[in-house]
Design a protein around this ligand. Structure first.
Ligand code: GLP
Length: 247
């Protein structure tokens, strides 16, 4: 595990975008696992800037997003499909047919989960997976539980996750109660993982994830077993880590 502690959120965003750009330069047809939430916004802005400066080319890149809310159409501003379109896809030269997100509208969520796992496998797995971290240690929407779930699955969102994500909706009631999320297999089989964490509110959970026991009650702790994990966290998020990792 490599931990990079940055001065601030801007620095975190720039460093993460540089690592993603490096991956695309080394392998133009990379399969990128992408994340949503507030943390990747700066990274997507930096990637857009690198594209505008002719420093990266997305034309052969394929993307697989981690998750989607059940019941949300891609044109619903609360959906992750909409988020990705607004914050990255519409700004770079990526082919829409290479951008994959679980469908929130599938008639059978189970069939959609199986389809998504098959897709990950047909695409040869993920070269680089970008992750954020939920307040309760979730990655994707793998919520705290008694067991780790390997496959893509449908999950009931915890009240703390719904409250944290309510800022993207006009009220808490509008936040969906269920989501489809890539499971731990899809995530952990990625060749490289980039975990990005910002803000003091994540500092304690980040310490648990990286240095606490590996347990499904802190889903992100499984990342300790990944052979190629890079953590990029700003000084605020690093404030509870052992002193050698603080800014
Ligand atoms: C959502 C997403 C996660 C993300 C988390 C943290 O729940 N499903 O993939 O990591 O939010 O988001 P933020 O970066 O806004 O704190």
């Amino acid at each position: 595990m490599k931990i990079i502690c940055t001065k601030d959120y801007e620095d975190l965003s720039r460093k993460a975008a540089e690592l993603i750009a490096e991956q695309i330069l080394l392998k133009p047809d990379s399969v990128l696992g992408l994340a949503t939430g507030g943390t990747p916004l700066g990274i997507y802005r930096c990637l857009t800037q690198l594209y505008r400066n002719d420093q990266i080319d997305f034309s052969s890149v394929t993307t697989l997003n981690l998750d989607e809310y059940v019941g949300m159409a891609p044109d619903n501003p609360g959906s992750y499909a909409y988020f990705m379109e607004q914050n990255l896809f519409s700004h770079v030269n990526i082919s829409p047919e290479r951008c994959h997100i679980p469908s929130g509208l599938a008639k059978s969520a189970d069939a959609e989960c199986r389809r998504y796992d098959q897709l990950i496998s047909v695409l040869g797995g993920i070269d680089l997976q970008l992750l954020g971290l939920g307040n309760n240690g979730h990655i994707g929407f793998n919520e705290p539980s008694d067991t780790f779930t390997a496959a893509t699955h449908c999950v009931a969102l915890s009240e703390s996750t719904r409250s944290a994500n309510a800022r993207f909706f006009s009220s808490l009631e509008e936040v969906p109660t269920q989501a489809i999320t890539m499971g731990m297999n899809g995530i952990m089989n990625a060749k490289q993982i980039l975990l990005c964490v910002s803000e003091t509110s994540k500092s304690e959970i980040l310490r648990e994830v990286l240095f606490g026991p590996v347990t499904p009650s802190v889903p992100g702790s499984v990342l300790q077993y990944h052979p190629n994990l890079t953590v990029i966290a700003d000084a605020d998020a690093c404030s509870c880590l052992p002193s050698e990792y603080r800014y």
